[in-house]
Design a protein around this ligand. Sequence first.
Ligand code: KG4
Ligand code: ZN
Length: 346
Amino acid sequence: MLVLGFESSCDETGVALVEARPGQPVPALLGHGLHSQIDMHQAYGGVVPELASRDHIRRVVPLTRQVLAQAGRSLSEVDVVAFTRGPGLAGALLVGAGAACALAAALDKPVLGVHHLEGHLLSPFLSADPPEFPFVALLVSGGHTQLMQVDGVGRYTLLGETIDDAAGEAFDKSAKLLGLGYPGGPALSRLAEFGNPQAYALPRPLLHSGDLNFSFAGLKTAVLTQVRKIEGQPCYQTQADLAASTQAAIVEVLVKKALKAVDSTGLKRLVVAGGVGANAELRQQLDAACRKRGVRVHYPELHLCTDNGAMIALAAAMRLQAGVARASQDYGFDVRPRWDLEQQSA
Ligand code: KG4
Ligand code: ZN
């Protein structure tokens, strides 16, 4: 079964082709293409939704051609067309959904809308070291910070989540306060390499709350207070110290809560997914902490941490293989800008 997948929930257009073969638990990635809109949005300091939608329209057809050529397959061989149904920017999602449904209708093939976070969650299955069910998942993206117990495809139990800002948002907003522009996470972590993580005692919100929830809004306020104090005395080292201290605060909370989730479920496997999962400091600290406890950690390949089409085609193929979803020839698509992953649970 060949599944062509479209991702267009935010500022990346992704297209990918996967093949699910009987007897093989993980579909094979045959080709994928990605266009990042970072350069376009950079001038505005963040994602401009209308520009994002228009750019997805421009990219989706050339990327599809590129992916099929890369895979050496033709459109007529595609069995199912998948797309990100949500969550994300409504206009951007509509482009991927519209393209997927129009193509499927023209090919007389079924479509399947998938949950963006399920794509992130399953993306480590495309790595050289794929996980096995069950596991705890730490989902850390620009819009979500969640801990999930994952017992199988479509079997997701929410263990905890952020009550305000997401971890990616904390990176992005702090980076903006430090004048680092968009996207903030990678920029802040690059600067943090040259700073002292203990220079500023920033808050670790909800670290000892006893539950598995997160809160990052207070951290942003604390960073703002420090930025105001150093205003007028621009110094590279001070900025790097503040960046390193901010990253240390976010990473410590993520690592401690992820370990708490592992302990409370008794599971010995942790999967980290979503854009913040690309953060080198987070990976290093999780690896060290999990090694000590005999817990295996799995990540997506670095280039599949942030948004991409491969994870969407993969999630669709795995859902179909597991029998928890059915593709349909109802092309009257709708998108879900807000959508809980637990609603996808079988
Ligand atoms: O998963 P993703 O690509 O998009 C969403 O679904 O939101 O995640 C994007 C988020 C942004 O907040 C970005 O700043 C953050 O992931 N991010 C990072 C790094 N790379 C991306 N944060 C920290 N360190 C990184 N290396
Ligand atoms: Zn994402």
